[in-house]
Design a protein around this ligand. Structure first.
Ligand code: MF3
Ligand code: CO
Ligand code: CO
Length: 270
């Protein structure tokens, strides 16, 4: 869609009182190609991790795999040094909700782990995460992983031009709760592409037809964090990063980077 037409349509929504994106939130075709190139490396990195991850491996070994792959392909792991984050990726195991720091932790049969990878390539960012089930995982934990993936899918499905960011959480939260789960709201999705975390913030529990208007050219993440128990979380005071469920219940997360197109949505990073 012609950027002139997009701007006209945005002005109409703004006149009606809708929250609309700032001009820099609408990526140019050149920027989109740049993000696509970063996503290609990021996707291949997660594919490699999917292939290699197994019982007995440490989370530090997964981190090394990601660092080597991303740098060998000319990229930079965005997490490394981000506000002092010490590793290249986040690895969040079992009751860790997000921002787990790779360390000597050995993966054991029954664990569920989120691996969150963000690549910078040529100045552009792509951000995605997947869950992995290690060895033999209990049925309740298998369900949590599968339902959380479906939460992400439903969130992505709600993304289309002239819909609203609030539609994403409206598609996710009732579905998660129907399964007895809760939705973390302290952390959420975000614009991405030219920087790691851009506006808008994407809350995974929200109301339909609220929040910012979605416009062709916007790039952001959908990354629901779903707890098997209560929604409350806390941050590990020993490292100021790792987020845990307060009640010790299991937590899962999946993340895609998506592009709003003229007709719908395209998943760039998965
Ligand atoms: N990749 C995470 C996200 O989805 C952010 C991790 S920031 C870090 O937004 F510093 F913890 F790496
Ligand atoms: Co993200
Ligand atoms: Co991420």
């Amino acid at each position: 869609m012609d950027i002139k037409l997009i701007q006209e349509k945005i002005a109409e929504y703004k006149a009606k009182g809708c929250e609309v994106p700032e001009p820099e939130m609408i990526k140019t075709p050149e920027q989109i190609e740049g993000i696509r190139a970063a996503a290609k490396i990021n996707n291949a990195c997660l594919d490699l991790i999917a292939e290699k991850i197994k019982t007995g491996m440490t989370t530090e070994e997964i981190d090394a795999l990601a660092y080597d792959f991303i740098t060998k392909n000319g990229g930079i792991p965005a997490c490394l040094g981000f506000y002092g984050f010490p590793k290249s990726i986040c690895t969040s195991v079992n009751d860790q909700v997000c921002h787990g720091i790779p360390d000597k932790t050995v993966l054991k049969s029954g664990d569920i782990i989120n691996v969150d990878v963000t690549t910078i390539y040529n100045g552009f960012y792509a951000d995605a995460s997947r869950m992995f089930m290690i060895g033999k995982v209990s049925k309740p934990n298998q369900d949590l992983v599968a339902i959380t993936k479906e939460c992400m899918r439903r969130g992505v499905e709600a993304c289309k031009p002239w819909a609203f960011i609030g539609d994403i959480g409206a598609a996710i939260a009732p579905f998660a709760r129907k399964h007895g789960y809760s939705v973390v709201t302290e952390f959420g999705g975000h614009g991405v592409g030219v920087d790691f975390h851009e506006e808008p913030f994407v809350c995974h529990d929200s109301k339909k037809n609220t929040g910012m208007l979605m416009v062709p050219g916007m790039v952001f993440t959908v990354e629901p964090m779903i707890n098997a128990g209560r929604r409350n979380v806390f941050i590990d005071s020993t490292n100021d990063w790792t987020v845990y469920t307060q009640d010790g219940s299991m937590s899962a997360q999946w993340e895609n980077t998506v592009l709003i197109t003229d007709t719908g949505v395209e998943v760039l990073a998965w």
